[in-house]
Design a protein around this ligand. Structure first.
Ligand code: MOS
Length: 735
């Protein structure tokens, strides 16, 4: 018998779906086709507020191949989809005349080809009655809403803490709207068979899409199947069920044919959310020795007129990041005539860390204390809000290792002191305390007579490596080789799963698979419980280990048998077990659930005459608990860091204040980091397995982005002596 590699967890194997992706055979929703498939193209509002006065579709209807022009006048009635536990769904599309943002869908053309539909869409004439639009976050006419989710925090008395301080920092930081820009255009393919609906969608959460479609069309959820086995990038844009998804299904119903609807790049800027801008005010109080006496952090972010994303808790880091006795945080929404924002990689924490970690840098200079030393002096040994030990925290080790790898202590603290010719050199750093997130999840595992496993769940892989790490986890738990495990994802026919979001999928799905695999081993032991031919009879799961395709006695490895032998003898084709997991409760474990932590160190080069900023080095050390696959985990951190460089230096969705139109809604105008903007990225992992879930993992999906912008902004200050409190850090702000 050949001995297999027992330990597949923690090994940086290649992606199990890499071949499919590299060869182009991975089926993304935009690739799906059906016999008789036709195409829908959307027409968008050219005003930001007001109402539709009239629509003339006659020109469009004359275009050859056009099957239908759908407007509010003739659209089938659909309901607003039911809310998820986390947010309301958007209003049902094409049901009313009022316009609440530029780019709102006002008509849909369905035609035999996408070219015909595109041509006809241009000929739909819409007359509007415009109204005053409020599109700027600093517009005094905008209406504020308190955070409906109550994420505001207080402890102690921050006013007293500020009064008591030797030094106070009081500053405003702003971050702009940014747009989730996965390379793949969002696409939905919808096909009805009577009242049964099949939809292939770009979604991070198939179960939610199914629920929303069933609610919109008044059909049972059991008759709706949503498939998303491959998603491409999401970055949060696929968390919600957007109006175009409902419209694709509506189009298919209207013309009685399967329909494909693929957004254009400009429609990606108005139709699938964006990171909301923030205006943050931060006050820090400290004693001369650097001890924080108070943190006050207020933030306002935009929301749409009639649509709410979950409020992004921008200020959370200020209540959990440091051991400060007096803290007040507050998040508000401000209603604007803009497309609804949604989560974008590192929601809330990305913007909030920019504010807080820059303010701490300002405090460090004010006190004459090294910025890293200041963070060490205020290290939160326990969760400062829950007053419980963290389930895991190795942030101190992140700081120490990061400083060593970067060469932080060679830094001359004096701003503008490090220079090479015309290049000003700056070193900056930031700490990251990311939120914790886990959701209930289910999974199913089968082992067949070939000794192969099929493990599945409705969860998605949005390029994060879920197929790969869940294959590794399943193989480890079941004692199989990686190539003996097949993973099924992205199909609502499979056991229910939460969104691939909030960096929570590895903990959520991993815990469910851990449970399913344990139950499957128990099912095999049940099978042979009274089987006198089995060396495993009468044993429980605790008595055995799974290794080399077999179960064997923990205390006697020779006593055991393979899955195949058990199935053969009992004449069964296979054996299946379900598993599920719900997040643990802090009070039950006596632990505060920890998200991942990180330390980031940036070196920037600034052209002394032109103000051109480039990132020369970025060193990251992450504590994300147990790392299931260092290769895919590192890939997540690198990808996030590239997004962070974009956030720091380039990304900004610009809305024209007069019309509410997004003026840079193309890849030519909306700048994202490209290879030339990205230096070699140094990534290390530290820390112990987390104690809050049985797999020991924390998320790696988002923390790669968080803290990059403040580390770079702080490095720019060190290089130039100029403090920029508004992202992105463009050269006009330095001149
Ligand atoms: Mo993430 S922004 O929760 O997809």
């Amino acid at each position: 018998m050949t001995t297999v590699e027992r330990t597949v967890l923690g090994v940086g194997i290649d992606r199990v779906d890499g071949g499919q992706k590299a060869s182009g055979s991975a089926p993304y929703s935009g690739d799906v086709t059906y016999p008789g498939l036709v195409h829908a193209v959307l027409v968008r509002s050219t005003i930001a507020a007001g109402r539709i006065a009239a629509i003339d579709a006659s020109g469009a209807e004359e275009v050859p191949g056009v099957l239908a022009v759908v407007t509010h006048e003739n659209a089938p009635r659909v309901q607003r989809s039911p809310a998820t536990p986390l947010w309301r769904q958007p209003p049902a599309p094409l049901q009313r005349t009022d316009i609440v943002h530029h780019g709102q869908y006002v008509a849909m053309v369905v035609a035999d080809t996408v070219e015909q539909a595109t041509e006809a869409a241009r000929l739909v004439e819409v007359a509007y009655e415009p109204a005053e639009a409020v599109v700027r976050l600093d517009d005094p006419r905008a209406v504020d809403v308190e955070d409906p989710y109550g994420s505001d925090q207080t402890r102690g008395d921050s006013a007293a803490g500020l009064a008591d301080a030797d030094v106070v920092i009081d500053a405003q930081y702003t971050t702009p709207d940014e747009t989730n820009n996965p390379m793949g255009l969002f696409a939905t393919v919808a096909a009805w068979d009577g009242d049964r609906l099949t939809v292939h969608d770009t979604t991070q959460w198939p179960d939610s899409t199914r629920n929303a479609l069933a609610g919109a069309f008044g059909v049972p959820e059991s008759g709706v199947r949503v498939l998303a086995p491959f998603v491409g990038g999401g970055f949060g844009a696929g968390l919600r069920v957007w109006p175009h998804v409902i419209l694709a299904a509506m189009a298919a119903r209207v013309v009685g044919r399967p329909v494909k609807l693929m957004l254009t790049r400009p429609q990606m800027f108005t139709g699938i959310g964006h990171r909301p801008a923030t205006i943050q005010r931060i006050r820090l109080g400290a004693r001369r020795d650097g001890t924080l006496t108070a943190i006050e952090h207020e933030s306002v972010q935009p929301s749409a007129i009639d649509d709410d994303n979950i409020v992004e808790s921008v200020t959370t880091v200020s209540s959990v990041g440091y051991a400060c006795p007096n803290v007040t945080t507050r998040d508000r929404l401000r209603r604007l005539n803009v497309p609804v924002p949604t989560s974008m990689r590192g929601p809330g924490d990305a913007q909030g860390h920019f504010g807080l970690e820059c303010a701490l840098d300002e405090l460090a200079y004010e006190l004459g204390i090294d910025p890293l030393e200041l963070r060490m002096r205020n290290y939160a040994e326990e969760h400062p809000q829950l007053r419980l030990p963290w389930s895991s925290k190795a942030l101190r080790r992140c700081y120490e290792l990061g400083a060593e790898r970067f060469g932080w202590w060679e830094r001359d603290p004096q701003p503008r002191s490090m220079r090479r010719g015309d290049t000003l050199i700056g070193y900056g750093m930031a700490g990251v305390t990311f939120f914790w997130f886990q959701q209930p999840c289910e999974a199913r595992a089968t082992i067949d007579r070939e000794g192969r496993a099929f493990v599945r769940s409705a969860a998605t892989d949005i390029g994060t490596g879920t197929y790969t790490v869940m294959t590794q986890l399943s193989a480890d738990r079941l004692g199989l080789r990686v190539d003996q495990v097949r993973m099924g994802l992205g199909d609502t026919e499979l056991p229910s799963a939460p969104m691939q979001g909030g960096s929570g999928m590895t903990a959520s799905l991993g815990s469910a698979i851990h449970d399913a695999a344990g139950n499957l081993i128990a099912a095999f032991l049940d099978l042979v419980a009274d089987d006198i031919a089995s060396p495993l009879r009468g044993l429980t799961a605790a008595d055995v280990v799974a290794v080399d395709g077999r179960l064997q006695r923990r205390d006697d490895p020779a006593a055991g048998e393979s899955y195949r032998e058990m199935l053969d003898r009992h004449d069964l084709p296979d054996l299946t077990a379900d598993g599920s997991a719900v997040p643990a409760k802090p009070e039950e474990l006596g632990l505060a659930p920890a998200g991942p932590f990180a330390a980031r160190f940036a070196e920037v080069h600034v052209d002394a005459d032109l103000g051109r900023i480039s990132v020369a080095r970025l060193v990251t050390v992450v504590d994300a608990g147990r790392i299931l696959n260092p290769k895919t985990a590192r890939s997540q951190i690198i990808g996030g860091a590239v997004g962070g460089i974009g956030m720091a230096l380039l990304e900004e969705t610009v809305t024209d204040p007069g019309t509410g139109r997004i003026v840079n809604a193309t890849f030519g105008d909306y700048l994202i980091a490209v290879n030339a903007d990205v230096p070699d990225l140094d990534v290390s992992f530290v820390g112990d397995p987390d104690r809050f879930n049985p797999v020991g993992v924390k998320g790696v999906g988002e923390i790669g982005l968080v803290g990059v912008a403040p580390a770079i902004a702080n490095a720019v200050f060190h290089a130039t002596g100029r403090r920029i409190r508004t992202l992105p850090l463009t050269l006009d702000k330095l001149l």
